[in-house]
Design a protein around this ligand. Structure first.
Ligand code: PXL
Length: 282
């Protein structure tokens, strides 16, 4: 069984980061090791959330794993809180990486043209250092603009998306994947660039008319899982985008749907089928 280490916070309530990554990756048949960077009462879109930083635990925990000879097929990082934490995470990646380890970075820090309240441009620059060591990094357009210094555009052409992807590859990411990319009316999806082969690839599905918190974490977790399972880059984009769209559609069916996250739990059996079908085709 493949083994992945995922490094992100635990938002106890709110369906994001580790409470999404762990069930999704487990459902995909991957042994999932967690390294929690902080414990929050909720994610940061709630008011008055509590936060206990666990940064000082990261090195002792990973030192213990080293002593035990524990290794990983992949390392997947999500929301991180501080610049120092990013430095520590880069050191952990360096300590555990070998030539076969896949490193997947979701540089979660903003959306809709703005950084989340906790972050500034300096943090974004630091996040670019993490993306520089990634095999795959999957920012949204906002994050990509902050990572590369290119302007953020709400309406754009395919050329702009290609420009962002090339700039991300320039930073050092082997295969950048841009999320939330709409290249035609009523469609949304993702576009990637394989810097080694110099090839662009993309996948679009029908846009489900709703935006929910936590969907970026769902997309990234499935994308990470798909790459770890060895699916092709096209199949990885498709399964991540299709599952994310499915969870949003399922959430919309629920009249009392939660504003703080999506009902991804209901579609886990579909995820298992998507993985089985993709594996049978590859
Ligand atoms: O979904 C990304 C995320 C993860 N963790 C925390 C967050 C957010 C986004 O706001 O606040 C704590």
């Amino acid at each position: 069984m493949k083994r992945i280490l995922t490094i992100q916070d635990i938002s106890c309530f709110g369906k994001c980061s580790l409470t999404v990554a762990l069930p999704i990756l487990s459902a995909m048949g991957i042994e999932t090791v967690i390294l929690p960077t902080a414990v929050l009462s909720t994610h940061t879109l709630f008011k008055n959330f509590t936060c206990k930083d666990l940064s000082d635990q990261l090195t002792p925990i990973t030192n213990h794993w080293k002593q035990e000879g524990i290794t990983f097929d992949a390392i997947y990082t999500g929301y991180l809180g501080t610049e120092e934490e990013i430095d520590t995470v880069i050191r952990i990646i360096e300590a555990f990486r070998n030539e076969n380890t896949l490193v997947i970075v979701d540089p979660a820090m903003g959306d809709n043209g703005r950084l989340y309240a906790a972050f500034d441009e300096h943090y974004a620059k630091q996040n670019a250092k993490l993306c520089a060591v990634a095999d795959i990094a999957d920012p949204n357009i906002t994050e990509a603009a902050f990572l590369t210094g290119l302007p953020y555009r709400e309406t754009y052409s395919e050329e702009y998306i290609r420009e962002l992807l090339l700039a991300l590859a320039e930073i050092g990411t082997q295969t950048p994947v841009l999320t939330g990319v709409s290249l035609s009316e009523g469609k949304t999806g993702a576009m990637g660039y394989d810097a080694e082969k110099k090839e662009f690839f993309h996948y679009q599905n029908d846009r489900v008319p709703a935006a929910y918190h936590g969907t970026g974490d769902i997309f990234s977790s499935v994308l990470a899982g798909a790459f770890v399972l060895g699916l092709s880059r096209e199949a990885a984009l498709k399964i991540a985008a299709d599952y994310t769209a499915m969870t949003i559609a399922e959430t919309l069916k629920n009249p009392g749907n939660p504003w703080y996250g999506v009902d991804f739990e209901k579609t886990i059996p579909e995820l298992v089928k998507l993985v089985e079908n993709a594996e049978a085709l590859s």
